[in-house]
Design a protein around this ligand. Structure first.
Ligand SMILES: [Mg+2]
Length: 263
């Protein structure tokens, strides 16, 4: 990790700042870390593969949990996907979404449709997913609409309608659609380096100046692909084949190390 050249931080949200955005209570050390970075003049940006909640909902939840953040400091897969679809000239989008992704698409000026015709199929996590949603998406993919994965998680922890546990993520829904149709998946989310560059550009940071902190393999792999200054894994040990510069068991342990460091 080229610590002497590091000036900023890019942090994952779920698993680093809070357990789940469904119930965003700050993890120990998380608010302290952001405060400390601010006092040292080190810019902080957040990057999440979340698309089940809109960018606005994520920002509001984090602020309610006591994090002082400007909108540009937070980049979500839903926000990035909306901007990507618009830049590619898609106007009508069929979205598999709990609501948040649809809000991000509409906020970007796109029309969210309930069926054909549609220019693209956008897939976010949806815990109320039905066979009807999959059948509509399948029909559109057969008509050559591109399959855009908004995020990438295979599973995620959360709380939905009173039930807390592990739920299928948007990556698993997109994989099912690819299996059914052979359509290639166009991913907007970690570990694709484009979303890292977008998150950093929004706050004026450069990859070579910035260290990534995340609790998933995708966080670390993407940081390497984006040529970031370093990558820190939060967890007991990094997954096989993933090589972070440092590992801390918890955000609290990272905060303690940061306070004692000269970064
Ligand atoms: Mg995470």
């Amino acid at each position: 990790m080229r610590a002497s050249r590091s000036r900023g931080w890019l942090l994952d949200i779920e698993g680093v700042l809070c357990d789940s955005m469904d119930t965003p209570h700050p993890l120990p050390g998380a608010r302290g870390f952001l405060r400390e970075a601010e006092e040292r003049g080190s810019p902080v940006a957040l990057l999440s593969n979340i698309s089940r909640l809109s960018h606005r909902q994520v920002l509001r939840g984090l602020r309610a949990a006591g994090f002082r953040l400007r909108p540009r400091q937070v980049t979500t897969a839903g926000l990035a996907a909306a901007s990507y679809l618009r830049a590619r000239g898609h106007r009508r989008v069929y979205a598999i979404s709990e609501g948040g992704l649809a809000r991000d698409l509409e906020a970007a000026g796109l029309q969210v449709v309930r069926g054909p015709p549609a220019d693209a199929v956008a897939v976010g996590a949806h815990r109320g997913l039905t066979g009807g949603h999959l059948t509509t998406a399948l029909g559109l993919l057969h008509r050559e609409a591109p399959l855009v994965l908004c995020g990438g998680s295979a599973t995620f922890r959360g709380t939905y309608r009173g039930r807390t546990g592990v739920f299928p993520g948007e990556g698993s829904i997109a994989a099912a659609l690819r299996h059914a149709t052979g359509a290639p998946i166009d991913q907007v989310g970690k570990p694709d380096p484009r979303i890292y560059r977008m998150a950093l550009q929004r706050v004026g940071l450069r990859p070579a100046w910035t260290v990534m902190v995340g609790d998933g393999a995708a966080d670390i792999l993407g940081a390497h692909r984006a040529h970031m200054a370093g990558a820190i894994y939060i967890g007991r040990r990094a997954p096989p084949g993933v090589h972070p510069d440092r590992v801390f068991p918890t955000t609290q342990a990272l905060f303690r190390w940061y306070r004692a460091s000269r970064l």
